[in-house]
Ligand binder design. Sequence first.
Ligand code: BGC
Length: 279
Amino acid sequence: MGTSVDEARKAERLPLLKGQKALVTGANSGIGRATAIGLGRMGADVVVNYVSDADSANQVVGEIEACGVRAYAHEADVSREDQVVGMVSRMVEELGTIDILVANAGLQRDARLTDMTLAQWQKVLDVNLTGQYLCAREATKEFLRRGVVPEVSSSAGKIICMSSVHQIIPWAGHVNYAASKGGVLMLMETMAQELAPHKIRVNGVAPGAIRTPINRSAWDTPEAEAKLLELIPYGRVGEPEDVARAVAVLASDLLDYVVGTTLYVDGGMTLFPGFATGG
Ligand code: BGC
């Protein structure tokens, strides 16, 4: 009998998303990178969006193509309306349509409240929240135009909003980031309510502490990692592939009746671990 890891690896090769076209923003590193590759492994053609570092985006494209599907890299700043419009229309031209949007691009610009500059506040809101709105809006126009194609998917389109445990956990020193992710929760739920009658499924994925460049200082020394693990009941830091698998399954028809939900991928970080012994 296989281990659960073997089973997960096997599941990664299931062509659950065969024939679907996916756009993953911020796909040249971290969670976006793993997600773009994960969707490719599940049979989707993938557009790899990035805003800087074309080399790493092209490397992701290579890994996806090795799965026998189509992929290309597209440079665009998700907070710029013209660039998002251009990105989605090119995708429709080159791949024919879009079935899955993973609105993943996000960043942190951390500072205590009184030290935070308006530019730091604005940048995080622009990319993390406005970026998701713009990408979702443009993808939805195509979902509505095309409608359901039953041979491809039971729904007219899927939007996965990459959120964070900080959509519900306040985070001192990161007021811009926590506010952006709180906004992503309401953006996601409101879009889900508005678009469900059109057979468009909108859901969120909320990662906890995942081993990526965004939070390197929280895990790259044994001391930092031990401190971080106090917040994670499951006893390990997450890997980008943990999130990638969640996104792929959520985007697939296996979860066709899941609408407006957040899937937390956090090893239990949202379970108030301090209360395991206190209270
Ligand atoms: C942040 C990480 C952080 C994690 C858990 C994520 O959304 O980007 O920096 O480690 O939440 O706090």
